[in-house]
Write a protein that binds this ligand. Sequence first.
Ligand SMILES: Cc1ncc(COP(=O)(O)O)c(C=O)c1O
Length: 409
Amino acid sequence: MMDDYGANHYARNGKKIIMERAKGIYLIDTNGNVYIDAAAGFSSMNLGHNHPRINATGHALYTVDEDGWGIVNVVPNTFPTVAQALFLQHACSVLHADKGLLMNTGTEGVETAIKLMRKWGYTKKGITPNEALIIVCEGNFHGRSTTIIGFSSESLYREQFGPFDKGFVSIPFDDLTALENVLEKYGERIAGFLVEPIQGERGIRIPHDGYLHSCYEMCKKHNVLFVADEIQTGLGRTGKMLACEHEHVIPDIFILAKSLGAGRNAVSAVFSKNEYMLFEPGEHGSTYGGNASSMMLSLEVLKIIEEEELCNRSALLGYYLREKLRKGLLRGKTKKAIKDIRGRGLMIAIEPEEFLGAETVIHELLKEGVLTKSAHNVIRITPPLIISKKECAELSRRIVKTFTRLVNK
Ligand SMILES: Cc1ncc(COP(=O)(O)O)c(C=O)c1O
């Protein structure tokens, strides 16, 4: 039916597996096969599938009293809801932000941040109208709108979709000299620097220690906003609420999405210090952004992350899983098949040598009951943060077994 009625914009898994049910870190397909979900919807399912507290919140959203009254959901945004206010107050305090703005998808969150950078650039920094530039990094992934793909370095994402916006300058990721040079060259015109703390879609590229901190300092020196896309790295994925916290940086603006919606609703949010949330009424908006159902779920997501100490858990189990993988893979015949194993928290990359290729491994992992995805010849291991130590050991065992089978073929 998907072949008949669906668009063809995703390369469907070759084995035509269709997932049907899920619990915690597990998925079951329509044939009854069970898989460990080591992708977690690219960080959308940090709390795992069907978390009891998320389900209870969801249930409450659809419950009405004996007279048929339930919670208010979408109303014109000039009438804020109780749920929205409660979420924003809690989120700002947990995330050390002054203000939050709610949208739906990650892409919209990034678009919102771009508008905020430009508005700040024109109204506060004094950039000549329509001359503002934003620095981005090669290998970025910030979404799929026409503005955003315009500064992507992936030709597949760009070709046939132009013309594009000219207000972006791209520099190599993890390169402080390149940043300094571009700040020196265009300083007066630059409104902001947009960066992923770890480039997830580019194959979990982790910059050198101190990179984010130095970038932040350089931005301050040149009166440029430091803006972090924490859509994939945020909400505990790397062992902290925000990946920037590893370097004691609070970005001027940062964007969250994915797990903020508990894997149920599309929710994104842009947070900032007071002085950067510069929209006036009518300058920005979204019909569904901040709807009450989403807000109740997102508030519960933040509480679960804190109360279940998922950041700590991600840090400790991420370390445990990486060490297990290193011990299991970096020896004997499999050692020759591995270029690198790296990660931060439960955002882990296994980079196989070209002769093996990530796609082959991903395919074989399915047979072993592990679902994950590759990116730029990297196998991404990003399970839900609720995974147990025992389950990490089992996941590692299956991965090592798969590599062993492949190298002995
Ligand atoms: C770092 C980053 N930014 C932005 C996006 C876009 O988010 P969405 O797919 O919700 O629009 C993604 C999605 O994978 C992402 O990983």
